[in-house]
Design a protein around this ligand. Structure first.
Ligand code: ATP
Ligand code: ZN
Length: 210
């Protein structure tokens, strides 16, 4: 039988819950240490441990058959994959935020202003849909410090509790998208028996948690 490959985040916010979910499905494997690939001893599956940003493309291109990643990363990379199952963890929102003392109070105030983000694709579509013409400044991290440095008037960043915004003197003022971890698959992979078996196991783990 063909061995499936599933890509999960090797370290970071989704790693622990992804490993826990697969273990709760009865899969036996070694956790990521230094090897990129871990075979599952009791199911024809291999686990690939990757950076989350690489997962959507690996799945689209068929290097992995399946992947667990945040919806935000899938939307940003604009890949064509099958959404197989929402997983109920890694919940967060992509929000716009401005300094507490900002004169920006509604969306139209963003016209001709600058917004720093690591999500230029999602933000660009959102602004276009709302008819806003703002300058998107793409940066690779620490978005929340950019207004304080004078780099942007606003930010668009992932928020879960809001603590990071608050400690940087920022307030949220609009939701761009909400996100959670999802199981994705290469287009058409959902027809394979092994994938259906795995999805069923995942669904019963999720049901048991309700
Ligand atoms: P990697 O090293 O794999 O590239 P990363 O630093 O890009 O990791 P993490 O910060 O580990 O990513 O976040 C992974 C995912 O967790 C996010 O893409 C998002 O879907 C989800 N997430 C949940 N809550 C938050 C949050 N408060 N901030 C950022 N991401 C969050
Ligand atoms: Zn990442």
């Amino acid at each position: 039988m063909k061995t499936l490959k599933i890509a999960i985040q090797k370290s970071g916010r989704l790693n622990e819950k992804s490993v826990e979910l697969l273990k709760n499905c009865g899969l036996n494997f070694e956790n990521y240490k230094s090897s990129l690939i871990s075979p599952v001893s009791n199911f024809p599956l291999e686990i690939l441990f990757l950076r989350d940003d690489d997962i959507p493309e690996y799945v689209q291109d068929g290097i992995a058959d399946l992947g667990i990643v945040g919806e935000n990363v899938i939307q940003e990379t604009e890949v064509i994959v099958s959404y197989l199952q929402k997983l109920g963890f890694g919940k967060c929102s992509l929000k716009l935020a401005v300094p507490n003392n900002s004169d920006i109070v509604n969306l139209t105030d963003l016209n001709n202003r600058s917004i720093a983000t690591t999500y230029p694709v999602i933000l660009g579509k959102f602004l276009q849909k709302n008819g806003i013409n703002a300058d998107i400044r793409t940066i690779s991290g620490s978005v929340e410090i950019s207004p304080g440095l004078g780099l942007s008037d606003a930010i668009c960043d992932l928020v879960s509790t809001g603590g990071t915004l608050k400690s940087n003197g920022l307030k949220p003022f609009g939701d761009v998208m909400s996100s959670e971890a999802v199981l994705i698959g290469r287009k058409g992979i959902e027809n394979e028996i092994l994938v259906q078996e795995l999805i069923q196991r995942i669904q019963s783990v999720l049901r048991a948690k309700e």
